[in-house]
Structures are given as structure tokens and as C-alpha cells.
Write a protein that binds this ligand. Structure first.
Ligand code: PGA
Length: 249
């Protein structure tokens, strides 16, 4: 039995306005169970009201991106220190939507992860193959490239979470087989052990993400090496998000 506490993280993406985000955060906090760590990641502008709504609650708040620089002439960007200052403890980095929409490379994700660590934020670094890569048998090769390029030196089980999110499973209703998920999670842990050490590999949480919902959460969360979930669509509904959290083994 693993010593890693499961983490159930909601990635709200570009959804919500102030009133409904506060209501969603409160509904999640009201129904929260203690067996797993809970995290919500609202759009940046909604972080302050959500942090405020969750004062004295056990739900952590995270962001969906940060800039790699500490401060300076970067119009429209937000630094890791600003997120920390606003009450965030986590930041999602290298999500496939950012890699696609903003051309984020592994190198850029790596520099953002360094910035997150420097600001005392836990970096949730996302990796995952496209359908084409999966179909051509290149899944593990792709994951290795992303891990090697996106993870900086200094990764620990405390400062980093890895999210395995097959691009083709995000928002599509499709999920990999339990055997495929187990294979990739095991592979990621081995890669972390080889590059860092076995203690770090044992401590680091590896989340599964991509079409996780109440009906499939229990099956996905019980897979060996799965330490929680990064949830998009289903995290916008408190009941669904809490049902997923309640499925943690
Ligand atoms: P999904 O998104 O749960 O809507 O598939 C997951 C994610 O992109 O993090």
C-alpha cells in the first residue's frame, strides 16, 4: 500500500465568473472528505475570490500557468510569486492545451517549473501522448521526452506532482485501458527513479487526467501507481468532483 495521499485536483480551465466560482468552491468545501487532498485551479482572475471563499477550509487553490520570470516586462503574464502571494499552493504547468494553444515547449515548461519551485509552489507538470503517438507505439518515447525536458533538477516528492494526461482522452469521454494507465504510470516512476532517486520516485504523486468522471473514477484511481486525478469537465460540478474524490481507494 502506497504512503502517498491521493490528490484530486480540479482544472477549471477558462470557465466561470465570480459568483458561480465562489458557489462552486463553497459547495466543494462543504462536501469535502478527509481521505484525499483536494485542490481547485480556477482561472487566474478568479483566484482571489476563490481563496477568500475557502478561508479556513482544507481545499488548496492552484493556478493553471505561470511565467518563468520573477517579474518584469511580460505584458499579460503572471509570476509564480504573484500566485503564491494570492494564496496559491500549486500551479499546473505544461498542460497539453497550453502546449497546443501557446506553443509551450518542454524547455519552457522546465523554466516555469523552476520558477514555481523558487516561489514555493508545487508544480503539477503535465505529460501525455497524442492519439497518433499512441497508435504508432510511441507513447513511452514521447512521455520520456516530455519528462526529461520538462522536469528541472531539484524535483522532490513535495515540490512536484506529475500528471499523465493522454491528449486524446482530454474532454473526449475516452480513457486508456487500466493496463495502459498502469504501464505509463509505472514507466514515469521508473524514469523519475533513474534521473533523481528511488526515494523521490516513491514520494512523487502521479495523477491520471483525461475524461475522469464519477462513473470511471474508482476504476482509474485504484490502478497501481495512480495517486489521484487531474479533472477538467467534471470538476465544474461540485457533486461530480466530490463523487470522484469519494472514489479514492
Ligand atoms: P477532462 O480534462 O477531465 O475534461 O478530460 C482533464 C484536463 O485537461 O486536465
Amino acid at each position: 500500500m502506497s504512503q502517498r495521499t491521493p490528490l484530486i485536483a480540479g482544472n477549471w480551465k477558462m470557465n466561470g465568473l465570480v459568483t458561480d466560482s465562489i458557489a462552486l468552491a463553497r459547495a466543494i468545501a462543504d462536501g469535502a472528505v478527509a481521505e484525499c487532498d483536494l485542490l481547485v485551479c480556477p482561472p487566474a482572475i478568479l483566484i482571489p475570490p476563490v481563496v477568500d471563499a475557502l478561508t479556513n477550509r482544507t481545499i488548496a487553490v492552484g493556478a493553471q500557468d505561470c511565467h518563468f520570470a520573477e517579474s518584469g516586462a511580460h505584458t499579460g503574464d503572471i509570476s509564480a510569486a504573484m500566485l503564491r502571494d494570492a494564496g496559491c499552493s500549486h500551479v499546473i504547468l505544461g498542460h497539453s492545451e497550453r502546449r497546443a494553444d501557446h506553443g509551450e515547449s518542454d524547455k519552457l515548461v522546465c523554466s516555469k517549473t523552476v520558477a514555481a519551485h523558487a516561489a514555493q509552489l508545487v508544480a503539477i507538470v503535465c505529460v501525455g501522448e497524442t492519439l497518433e503517438e499512441r497508435d504508432s507505439g510511441k507513447t513511452l518515447e514521447r512521455i520520456d521526452m516530455q519528462l526529461d525536458g520538462s522536469l528541472p533538477d531539484g524535483v522532490t516528492g513535495e515540490n512536484t506532482v506529475i500528471a499523465y494526461e493522454p491528449v486524446w482522452a482530454i474532454g473526449t469521454g475516452r480513457t486508456p485501458t487500466p493496463a495502459d494507465v498502469a504501464e505509463v504510470h509505472g514507466h514515469i516512476r521508473e524514469r523519475v527513479a533513474t534521473r533523481f532517486d528511488t526515494g523521490i520516485a516513491e514520494a512523487v504523486r502521479i495523477l491520471y487526467g483525461g475524461s475522469m468522471k464519477p462513473s470511471n473514477a474508482a476504476a482509474l484511481l485504484k490502478i497501481d501507481g495512480v495517486d489521484g486525478g487531474l479533472i477538467g469537465g467534471a470538476s465544474l460540478n461540485a457533486e461530480d468532483f466530490l463523487a470522484i474524490a469519494a472514489s479514492c481507494p
